[in-house]
Design a protein around this ligand. Structure first.
Ligand SMILES: [Zn+2]
Ligand SMILES: [Zn+2]
Ligand SMILES: [Zn+2]
Length: 86
């Protein structure tokens, strides 16, 4: 399967355009998300994982395995089922 070439869909608002009505699409060659392979945006607009350095799309940012490691809360060991001794 050929690698799909994405274009960055971030909109760029020209300096001084307070309303954003003249925003244009970035259109730069975009990176593929390391997790889902979807459009992660161009080098300038992509989110990069601070741990593995891969580009991650906004949809995967919260579920990216490295990102998850940054939040110990989500790594809490599951509460052990209480065993009732009878
Ligand atoms: Zn993704
Ligand atoms: Zn861009
Ligand atoms: Zn990562």
């Amino acid at each position: 399967m050929p690698v799909q070439q994405f274009r960055c869909e971030d909109s760029i608002i020209p300096v001084g355009d307070a309303t954003g009505e003249n925003a244009v699409e970035c259109g730069s060659i975009a990176l593929a998300c390391a997790d889902c392979g979807d459009n992660a945006g161009c080098y300038e607009h992509a989110q990069f994982c601070p741990i593995c350095g891969e580009a991650i799309c906004s949809g995967c940012a919260a579920e990216h395995p490295c990102a998850a490691k940054r939040y110990p809360e989500s790594e809490r060991p599951l509460a052990k089922p209480e065993r009732s001794v009878s």
